[in-house]
Design a protein around this ligand. Structure first.
Ligand SMILES: [Zn+2]
Length: 540
């Protein structure tokens, strides 16, 4: 009798829960609209009503003053990063709406959250899930039917790509000029240290046969062990699940060099860590970029993104322990000073010959013949789609290799006047010290040969490229010079930020402009480990 009563009351409970669970704006509008900021906040509030164990933090205040929510879903007792790390469980961070015209991630992330308090509750024994459903909230609130007109819905419009400052948040990971990016790094990546970060987008460009494409970290300076596991095991597993469980084809993100001649190759995008997927790799953590296919309708994009998220979590359930070990080993190797060399400039390379699902397209006016190749990723204007999907043999230009490398020193010494640089490094979570007293040190100086500034501004910057040579000197430095030792887990990131020749470092982003006399770069390298009398000024 008692057992029966118990089962009955559990059933009642579940029924009550089901009734109280909210719908997303996409669902309640029959996929005509996407959620406003207030809708997302109300949805999270309703989820908390249904399940008081769900916690919410504010990880940043947007430029226009909106509190950006981070929803925390885990086993009972996980209330903060300390209690989360004490469980030893993998932490997965899902972020959506970094580009607020690309909205299905925001809807799918809310649906996943609802599952985690209902049908997928058991996942909460295996992992901790952090969800930031509306990263670029300010961009989201500019919803209009004028935006992203080649995207297939939602019919009532979407937000804009940029934040209130006009910045693209997916180009701000290194320079950290937006309050959103500074909050994301400080309050999510530094505090919670997620094992895997998932970033949800929508494609632009090529016509292909994949409902969704994805990318791991693309910068070769990330740990080989992480890259190999993701490309060799995790992503193939998720792809296979998408095929067998959901009957959907997915593949690595790319664009045809030319939509009319697909055999000329399938090209991924960029290796620079200004992009979130590449940035996270430099932190020794796993990352998946998700790109729902722009030309399928809004409902189908929400659905495939939602299924992809579920399969990612299933993948973490299966491989989380192994992934945790790989990431910990990557940290440990750097602590032991095993990082010796890194790339500073990179080029795209063929990864493999494969079959790509192409949508057969024809020249819009056949008398023009086949146009010359253009840049991969540009939306073609001169073609006619046929709707026919065919596999074609093509080379996947899906990886990058360093074309120029540099030595990783024991430590960098940075001019004490470079307060903007110190603030940037500290926000990234890089441990920063200051020389306690005047010190004479054997260092390498970067002797500048040439300084070239881009003519056109990008994200408010005329990017700087230095050329020059490292030369050994002994120098006496005053107290107060900054020191960054490279036997810390974020050394790959520090290297990328501080190398004068780095294609996405702080020299490139003009942080050192006021300190450049055209002779010696204001960053020195201490090549060999030596005792340095310095005190910590920022700690992770
Ligand atoms: Zn995007």
């Amino acid at each position: 009798m008692r057992a029966k009563a118990l089962i009955f009351s559990i059933l009642l409970c579940e029924a009550a829960l089901a009734q109280e669970l909210p719908m997303t704006t996409a669902e309640s509008s029959n996929y005509r609209s996407t959620s406003r900021y207030e809708d997302v906040i109300a949805f999270i509030g309703a989820i908390q009503q249904a399940d008081p164990d769900i916690r919410v933090e504010t990880f940043a205040i947007s430029g226009e003053g909106r509190a950006l929510p981070l929803v925390i879903v885990g086993p009972p007792g996980v209330i903060d990063p300390r209690s989360a790390h004490a469980t030893g469980l993998p932490i997965v961070f899902i972020m959506a709406n970094i580009h607020a015209g690309e909205v299905e991630g925001k809807e799918a992330a809310q649906m996943l959250l609802r599952d985690l308090v209902s049908s997928s509750r058991k996942l909460r024994d295996a992992m901790i899930v952090l969800i930031a459903p509306i990263y670029n909230a300010d961009g989201n609130e500019k919803i209009s039917t004028d935006h992203r007109q080649t995207q297939n819905g939602p019919p009532n419009g979407v937000g804009v790509r940029e934040n209130a400052q006009g910045l693209d948040l997916n180009r701000d990971y290194m320079k950290l000029e937006s309050p959103e990016a500074r909050g994301l790094i400080s309050n999510v990546l530094n505090r919670w240290d997620p094992l895997l970060t998932v970033d949800l987008h929508t494609t632009n460009g090529s016509f292909h046969g994949y409902a969704l494409t994805y990318s791991p970290t693309l910068n070769p300076n990330a740990s080989d062990d992480l890259i190999d596991f993701e490309r060799g095991t995790l992503l193939p597993h998720i792809r296979e699940q998408m095929r067998t469980q959901h009957k959907k084809e997915t593949y690595y993100y790319g664009n045809f060099l030319n939509q009319l001649t697909p055999e000329k190759g399938w090209y991924t995008f960029d290796s620079r860590p200004r992009f979130g997927n590449n940035y996270v790799g430099l932190r020794n953590r796993f990352t998946i970029l998700s790109e729902a296919y722009s030309y399928i309708d809004f409902r189908a994009r929400v659905e495939v993104t939602y299924e992809f998220l579920h399969e990612i979590l299933s993948g973490v359930e299966k491989y989380g322990k192994k992934m945790t070990r790989i990431a910990a080993r990557a940290d440990e190797q750097i602590r032991r000073g095993k990082l010796r060399k890194g790339g500073v400039r990179f080029e795209i390379k063929p990864w493999k010959d494969t079959e790509i699902l192409w949508e057969r397209c024809l020249p819009a006016d056949s008398s023009n013949g086949v146009p010359e190749p253009e840049n991969p990723g540009e939306t073609p204007h001169h073609i006619r789609r046929t709707g026919e999907i065919v596999p074609v043999k093509a080379t996947d230009y899906g990886i990058f290799a360093a074309k120029e490398r540099s030595d990783v020193p024991y430590a960098y010494v940075i001019d004490g006047a470079a307060r903007n640089v110190a603030a940037n490094l500290a926000t990234h979570g890089i441990v920063l010290e200051k020389l306690s007293a005047e010190t004479s040190l054997a260092v390498d100086q970067f002797v500048i040969g040439d300084m070239k500034r881009e003519e056109h501004a990008f994200q408010g910057h005329n990017a700087l490229t230095l050329t020059g040579k490292w030369k050994s000197r002994t120098e006496t430095f005053p107290a107060g010079m900054y020191v960054v030792r490279m036997n810390q887990p974020l050394a790959r990131l520090a290297f990328y930020l501080l190398e004068p020749r780095s294609d996405d470092g702080l020299f490139n982003w003009n942080f050192f402009d006021s300190m450049l006399d055209g002779k010696i770069a204001p960053v020195r390298r201490i090549v060999k480990p030596i005792p340095i009398d310095a005190t910590i000024v920022s700690e992770r």
